[in-house]
Design a protein around this ligand. Structure first.
Ligand SMILES: [Zn+2]
Length: 83
């Protein structure tokens, strides 16, 4: 189990940010939790499912991404999932 399988998107602060880092071209794209919750399919998804659903935003890449938390000071609840 990791924080990604334990935490659901709607457990997080809506203003927290997540970084999707491309496994192929290393491009990083930032999403707010609120932005991802607006996608109906992700509203109750665990973070590992969000990771699977997101793809690299670079044109012509679309490779899988790895999801990271972005520490922002106000996201204390989110850090509870870290070892
Ligand atoms: Zn990419």
């Amino acid at each position: 189990m990791t924080w990604k399988t334990e935490l659901r998107l709607d457990d997080l602060d809506p203003h927290a940010r997540l970084e999707a880092f491309c496994t192929a071209c290393s491009a990083a794209r930032y999403y707010t939790v609120q932005e991802l919750l607006a996608r109906r399919a992700l509203a109750h998804a665990h973070l590992d499912e969000v990771e699977t659903a997101l793809k690299c935003a670079q044109p012509g890449c679309r490779a899988p991404v790895t999801l990271y938390e972005v520490s922002a000071g106000e996201t204390e609840a989110f850090q509870g999932g870290m070892p």
